[in-house]
Design a protein around this ligand. Sequence first.
Ligand code: PLP
Length: 471
Amino acid sequence: MTAAAPTNSATNSATNSAIVTDYKARTPGSGALFERAHKVLPSGITHDARYLDPYSIHVARAKGARKWDVDGNEYVDYFGGHGAMLLGHSHPAVVEAVKRQMDLGTHYGSSHELEVRWAELVCELTPCAERVRFTASGTEASHMAIRLARAYTGKDKIVRFIGHFHGWHDNVTAGAGATYDGGTTPGVPQEVSALSIVMPSDNVAAVVKLIEERDDIAAVMFEPSGASWGQAPLPPGFIQAVRDATTKKGVIMLMDEVITGYRWSSGGAQKALGITPDLCIQAKIVAGGLPGGAVAGRRDILDRIDHDATAAKKIERILHPGTYNANPLSAAAAVTALTLLRDEDLAEKANKTAAELRKALTEVLVQEGVPWGIYGQSSTFLIYPNPFNDPIDPATFDPLKVPFAKLKGARGAGPLTGKIRMGLMTHGVDVMGSPGGFVSATHGGAEIEKTVHALRQTVRALKAEREVKAV
Ligand SMILES: Cc1ncc(COP(=O)(O)O)c(C=O)c1O
């Protein structure tokens, strides 16, 4: 046991909440690691989504749908590697492929067969993909896709939507930051942010009108799930209306499939919806759980980075180096994972489990009389903890009836969200801060049962702390 546990900030750590006390008592090893981390890492973390007050767990290993922290606590994992682990942790075939590749070399600085096979699989599975270029992350793919769209159209403006996340590079921070006000964010010049037209996503007629009226738009970029993998879903008909308007106007429709790719279906959201964009970006699952991303789409657009195509047209080529593009380890994991998910329809398997999970969690709220909502698309689930105390019937909860600011504000529920997470962790379930998470193809009945128990115990503990009022 460590001495006085270090803490991340003043909110939950300052309370005498039994939930927080239990969490800290179960995680002394994580507390000690946090103490070291805090001295060398801002906030003691390496990704904003891992922030938790007083501190987050430190994980020692993961397998399938489970992971274990340094104190030996076991969790049903819904972080799923930030959405990358559709196949579950350490899938034996992926581990085997990566180990084999380690012996063969991790970086040749040359072309190799696995990258060709990887590209063939992306083009086979993704409806819009006539060509693909690999990157080292989703952020890099997002950056390149915007550059391609601008070069191809000769226009500068990118239409994006409040709260939709496309990575952390300068072109996509306005409207995705903490305030969602569309203004620029620290470190990003106003001139750069002004190249984005950030729109609300609940008024498709206004978006169509904008596309029709303006002549300076290169691309319309969005998460097909709605903001933050569906935390604020898009209204029905939104994507088709954008597709129709962009086609008519010669504007590029750029679908961010970093989360939805290979998850919403084996061919991503575009296959699930039957709506093909001009360009899409992918990351996470596309690289089999290792680092990697991709820009895929129409050949004539990707041709802007092709030597022969640009030479033939006598136009300047877009440069695209990147030391770890399609590195052999990621390529080995990716080829194995994409082949498996294609042949075994793993996206569909995870979708079914998640639907059962959402139903079971909704029943908990109904039985316990908690005015929250459970929702989510595909293999995701989200908990709306109703921090505004609106009258909500969990049995009929519809996120489309809740204003965007409230849905996204649930994340900002801060101490409450933290307590939900710590309560669930105390009962062996780790969810993301939304709160919610990703279901993998290895989650099943045992994980659902454990999650149901954890939610029930957590809402009861929250009631005892007067954090939730029963209906
Ligand atoms: C929809 C979406 N786009 C882009 C990104 C950025 O991807 P990466 O974290 O690989 O840079 C993410 C990351 O979570 C994402 O969810």
